[in-house]
Design a protein around this ligand. Structure first.
Ligand code: NAD
Length: 305
């Protein structure tokens, strides 16, 4: 038996159709949703990400601009840029592109951002609201993971859920999103690098979310036939042939591929359902970022969605 595949591209396309309609509605009201990505320095990996954001925004009719600041931009100068974006009525959302140079304090910077322009849902005000079951602007990857699960299994009442990874952008906000129902909530455990017996937790779980950045962390003997698995990890690894030999390009460097944190080939023979990597949480995270941008445009213009 092979597992059902929970298709992130398909679900993201459904969101995109809704976002397109919402953009059209806002345009009719004279509102043109606009997103600014602040990039400090010129990390090559973030360039690919920025290009991807630009394409997706263009497709949906969202204005997208990258503000490139030099690597030597000071904390004070960055905060001044953000304050000017906060008061600019034609800008609705701000992304602080990662990675940040070592001298920039990411948490301090986020706090300068207007909470209703915080498309990544990381401002303490938005983060705090998550605890009160108001998740108008929640972190995009956590939202993406939760929505993928609920698209496959809407009834989480009493389910045993294990989240592996306790970062501020993934595991912690995801746990809050899952607990958002007083009567229908699942039981949620969070595991991490110091968890003593990971396998004991995963075998007891109906649902496993894993976001660690460790390829093959979840193996076939850690899941059962009823497990639903949402793989959040993104890892670049060497491509190999059937004998396990690394495949090399003509220049001698290895070919690379993207994998998650689950041994997909083996685990998908056993579990009930699984998200692929690529094609699972990744495209849904982008869809949630754009959805948050529309929410920000509505919030700053008091235009109820
Ligand atoms: P992080 O480094 O902040 O957190 C990693 C977490 O994994 C920590 O809680 C750590 O304790 C845990 N961990 C690490 N090794 C472990 C192990 N061997 N056993 C159990 N727990 C372990 O990372 P992050 O920013 O939360 O990202 C995690 C992964 O999710 C990365 O692969 C990242 O690329 C991916 N990610 C994907 C998306 C997406 O859109 N799909 C978005 C953000 C992050």
């Amino acid at each position: 038996m092979t597992a059902d595949v929970i298709d992130g591209v398909k679900l993201a396309n459904n969101y995109r159709d809704d976002i397109k309609q919402e953009v059209a509605r806002l345009n009719n009201d004279g509102i043109f949703p606009a997103l600014v990505a602040l990039q400090i320095g010129d990390d090559p990996s973030s360039k690919i990400y920025l290009e991807n954001q630009r394409k997706k925004c263009e497709e949906l009719g969202i204005n997208y601009t990258v503000w490139s600041l030099s690597e030597s931009t000071t904390q004070k100068a960055l905060e001044d840029h953000i304050k000017s974006l906060n008061t600019n009525p034609s800008i609705h959302g701000i992304i602080l592109q990662q990675p940040l140079p070592a001298h920039i304090d990411g948490i301090q910077t986020i706090q300068v951002m207007a909470p209703n322009k915080d498309v990544e849902g990381l401002h303490p005000q938005n983060y705090g609201k998550l605890f009160y079951e108001d998740h108008n602007l929640a972190p995009c990857t956590a939202l993406a993971s939760e929505k993928l699960l609920r698209s496959y299994e809407p009834n989480l009442k009493g389910k045993e859920i294990v989240i592996i990874g306790h970062s501020s952008i993934v595991g912690k906000p995801l746990s809050m999103l899952l607990l958002h129902s007083k009567k229908e909530a699942p039981t949620v455990r969070i595991c991490h690098i110091s968890t003593k017996d990971l396998k004991a937790h995963t075998l007891a779980a109906d649902v496993i979310f894993v976001g660690c950045g460790v390829p093959n962390l979840i193996k076939a003997d850690m899941v059962h036939k009823g497990s639903i698995i949402i793989d959040i990890g993104i890892n670049r690894v060497d491509k190999t042939d059937e004998q396990g030999q690394v495949l090399l390009k003509p220049n001698g460097k290895p070919y690379k591929k993207t994998v998650g944190d689950v041994d997909y080939e083996e685990v998908s023979k056993i579990c009930k359902a699984i998200t692929p990597v690529p094609g699972g949480v990744g495209p849904m995270t982008v869809a949630m970022l754009l959805n948050n941008t529309i929410k920000c445009a509505c919030l700053t213009n008091n235009s109820i969605k």
